[in-house]
Ligand binder design. Sequence first.
Ligand code: KG4
Ligand code: ZN
Length: 344
Amino acid sequence: MAPSGPVLGIETSCDETGVAVYDTVRGLLAHGLYSQVRMHAEYGGVVPELASRDHVRKLLPLLRDTLARAGLGVADLAGVAYTAGPGLVGALLVGAAAARSLAWALGVPAIGVHHMEGHLLAPLLEDATLQPPFVALLVSGGHTMLIEVAAIGRYRLLGDTLDDAAGEAFDKTAKLMGLAYPGGPALARLAAQGRAGAFRFARPMTDRPGLDFSFSGLKTQVLLAWQGSDRSAQTQADIARAFEEAIVDTLVVKCRRALGASAADTLVVAGGVGANRHLREQLAQVAGREGWRVAFPRLEFCTDNGAMIALAGALRLAAGQQAAPAIQVRPRWPLAELPALHAD
Ligand code: KG4
Ligand code: ZN
């Protein structure tokens, strides 16, 4: 019998400890997040060993707090979901060990969730009526992918990045102009003060067919422009604006192309870069003009969080899936290897 009732979700794949409780009937009951970003800022990037240790420190207090806010005790849980990959192996193991132990102690099923499946199902947290087929744009610090979602668990990769991910490009570009880690959101804020047309960068790979991306050349263009400039605050903002426009335009071109070639009429945007205001506005405009629909998770569910893991896990547990009782994680895990939610 597939379990029904509240499912706990635990996310510890990188530098965010996320915990949530999701119920397939009642929806999201509570979620909590602790970000390690300030701790890693000192080092200019995520230090894997520090990330694992901080998950150890923060996970159980966050879990107790989130359950209390949902008005539940551990005994009310019908299942436990955790991010099993991809991600940092030590960080993943903290969440997997906690989730598995709790499930074993409670005698409830546990399931390891694919982090990217979590991201691409996150828009369902806002709109339970949103159902496949749709095309998903996954734009995070580690990925830039266009995926055709025929059904939950049936994923076909349409396009991928050949080098840097979109978020990585934001972070590296911010760093080379002297902004503090993680630079993506800071660069986007700065772009709002930039003047239109002061700089212009290429829209990589938009002049040839296909849905792949490449962002590392953009970073070099920014470096050259920055080094050859007066390096004033206004120039920094102007470059930030031109960079953001180049990334956003490129993503929009490929999304239009993917929607044009697909039978689906909905685009779902997920991952940290999905928080970018300019990207949201541009996609909404194009969608309105061309007659398709675009769905975004709310900002806090674009970046890493426990709610998306609880949701993806709850759907799989409700479909009768669960993982064997061993603590296993997969630092690398192709999305196409996931089983479909329901057999045909
Ligand atoms: O999905 P996420 O939280 O973590 C990964 O799984 O990677 O995405 C984090 C990425 C970072 O590269 C960050 O700079 C970027 O998302 N990001 C943004 C914005 N907010 C976060 N990039 C552009 N504009 C934003 N507003
Ligand atoms: Zn993520």
